[in-house]
Design a protein around this ligand. Structure first.
Ligand code: NAD
Length: 422
C-alpha cells in the first residue's frame, strides 16, 4: 500500500464524519486540504566534507483550534502524502483531546542509521533553518516521532532560538527534562495507551489474563508494555521491523529493551542466553505477518501506518486492537474487522498521551515553571480516562464503534470553534 492510499484512507474517515454530521459544507471543504505545505531542500555537511542535499516537509493541516502541533519523523520512506495524512490525523486527535492546537506534521527523507550523531545534528539544524519561518511556539510546534528524540528536539529549540534572537524552548516539545522538557514525556504515549487499554479491557474483554501481542517495540511499544507489566499483565509477543519474539511464558520487557538498546534486531535473536532471558526460558522467532495473525486476545499496533489492510484483515484473530501507531488499520480493513466483531481502540484516542503531555510541557515553558513527575502522571491519567469515558459513553448512546464516536466528538468540537473562524 502506498502513502497515497494512506492519505485516502484518512480522508475517507474524515468524509464519513462530515456525512454523518451534515455541518456546513465550508468546513468540510477547508479540511479536505492542508492549510500550508512547506517542502524544503537543504544542504548538509557530512563526513569527509561531503555536502549532501536532503528533502524535508512541514505541513500545517489546520489551525482552527490553535497553533499547529505534530511530530517530525526521519525515515527514508517519508513523503509528502504521508505527512499530509499524519497532519490531518493530528487535527482530529487534538480536537478529540480538547487541546488548543491545530494539526501539523513534519519529516525528512533520511536513513538516520546511516549517519553519525554529529551529522544528525547538522541535518537537524539545517532543517530547522529551512523551516524557521513556518514554526514557532504560537504558530507550529514540533515533537518527536519515528527516529527523532529529545536530543533532536533540543537542537531544534536551540537553532530556532538563535535564528529568532530570543530564547523560545516552547517551539518544540519532547525536549530533555533538564533542557526545558517535562518529566514523563518520553513515557507518555505508551503509558497513555496502557491507561486507555486498561479502561476498555474491563468493558470488552472479561479475561483476567488476556494474551497481548505488541507490533513495534520502539519508544511507544516499550513504554506501553512496561506499563501493562507493572499492572500485572503479560506480553506474549513483541516485534521490530526485522522480526518478532514470542514466548508462552511472557516476554521479559526490560531485557528486550536492553537487547534493542545494544542496536540489535530481533531477527538476530537466535543465539545466546539473552534471548532465553527475554523469553523467560523459551522463545520463538516469528515474522511480522505472523505476529499480526497470532492467537492473541489483544493486538497492539505500535509500529507504523497501513499494517492491517484488506489483504490480511480477515486473518486477524485478536478480539481487541489497540492503535498506538497513526493509521495502522486502513479504511477498508476497518470495515472488515468491524464485520468480524473486532473492537478497535482508535489512534485518535489511544496515542493522545504524547500530545497531552506535550501540551503540559508547552504550558510549563510558557510560564517558565517546572512540573513534578507525580503531577504529570496524575494529570495524564485523569485526561486519558476522561476522554476514554466520553468516547465510550458517546458510542453507547449513538450505537456506534469507538472510531466513529471519536471522529464525531472531534468534529462537534472543531465545528464549535471553526464556525467563528470561517
Ligand atoms: P520508534 O521509531 O521508537 O519505534 C517504532 C518501532 O517499530 C521500531 O522498533 C521499528 O523497528 C518497528 N517497526 C517498524 N516497522 C515495523 C513492522 N512492519 N513490523 C514490526 N515493527 C516495525 O517510534 P515510536 O515513537 O515508538 O512511534 C511508533 C508509532 O507511534 C508511530 O506510528 C508514531 O507515529 C506513533 N506515535 C508515537 C508517538 C510518540 O510520542 N513517540 C506519539 C503518537 C504516535
Amino acid at each position: 500500500m502506498t502513502s497515497n492510499e494512506f492519505l485516502s484512507s484518512v480522508m475517507s474517515f474524515q468524509e464519513e464524519a462530515f456525512d454523518r454530521k451534515g455541518f456546513d459544507e465550508h468546513i468540510r471543504n477547508i479540511l479536505r486540504e492542508p492549510k500550508k505545505v512547506v517542502e524544503v531542500s537543504f544542504p548538509v555537511r557530512l563526513r569527509n566534507n561531503e555536502i549532501r542535499v536532503f528533502k524535508g516537509f512541514r505541513v500545517l493541516h489546520s489551525n482552527f483550534l490553535g497553533p499547529g502541533k505534530g511530530g517530525i519523523r526521519y525515515a527514508p520512506y517519508v513523503n509528502l502524502q504521508e505527512i499530509i495524512a499524519l497532519a490531518m490525523l493530528m487535527t482530529w486527535k487534538n480536537a478529540l483531546h480538547r487541546l488548543p492546537y491545530g494539526g501539523a506534521k513534519g519529516g525528512v527523507i533520511v536513513n538516520p542509521r546511516s549517519l553519525e550523531e554529529w551529522e544528525i545534528e547538522n541535518l537537524t539544524r539545517a532543517f530547522t533553518r529551512a523551516i524557521s519561518e513556518h514554526i514557532g511556539s504560537n504558530k507550529d510546534i514540533s515533537a518527536p516521532d519515528i527516529n527523532t528524540d529529545e536530543k533532536i528536539m533540543a537542537w531544534i529549540a536551540d537553532e530556532y532560538s538563535n535564528i529568532k534572537g530570543t530564547f523560545d524552548p516552547a517551539v518544540v516539545t519532547g525536549k530533555p527534562v533538564n533542557f526545558y522538557g517535562i518529566e514523563g514525556r518520553k513515557e507518555s504515549t505508551g503509558y497513555g495507551a496502557g491507561m486507555v487499554l486498561e479502561y476498555f479491557l474491563k468493558k470488552y474483554l472479561k479475561k483476567s489474563k488476556p494474551r497481548i501481542a505488541v507490533q513495534g517495540f520502539g519508544n511507544a511499544g516499550y513504554y506501553f508494555s512496561k506499563y501493562l507489566v507493572s499492572k500485572g499483565y503479560d506480553i506474549y509477543a513483541i516485534s521490530d521491523s526485522t522480526a518478532g519474539i514470542k514466548s508462552e511464558n511472557g516476554i521479559d520487557i526490560e531485557h528486550a529493551k536492553k537487547y534493542k538498546d545494544e542496536r540489535r534486531y530481533f531477527k538476530d535473536c537466535s543465539r545466546g542466553d539473552l534471548c532465553y532471558i527475554i523469553g523467560n526460558g523459551e522463545y520463538q522467532i516469528i515474522d511480522n505477518e505472523e505476529l499480526i495473525k497470532m492467537d492473541a486476545d489483544v493486538l497492539v499496533l505500535a509500529a507504523t501506518e497501513n499494517q492491517i489492510t484488506k489483504n490480511n484483515a480477515d486473518e486477524v484473530k485478536a478480539k481487541l486492537i489497540v492503535e498506538i501507531a497513526n493509521g495502522p488499520v486502513t479504511y477498508e480493513a476497518d470495515k472488515i474487522l468491524k464485520e468480524k466483531g473486532v473492537v478497535i481502540l482508535p489512534d485518535l484516542l489511544v496515542n493522545g498521551g504524547g500530545v497531552v503531555v506535550s501540551y503540559f510541557e508547552w504550558l510549563q515553558n510558557r510560564e517558565w515553571k517546572r512540573w513534578g513527575r507525580e503531577k504529570v502522571m496524575k494529570k495524564l491519567y485523569e485526561h486519558m480516562i476522561n476522554t476514554s469515558k466520553q468516547v465510550y459513553e458517546y458510542s453507547l448512546k449513538h450505537n456506534m464503534d469507538l472510531r466513529t464516536a471519536s471522529y464525531d466528538l472531534s468534529l462537534n468540537y472543531l465545528w464549535d470553534v471553526a464556525k467563528y473562524r470561517i
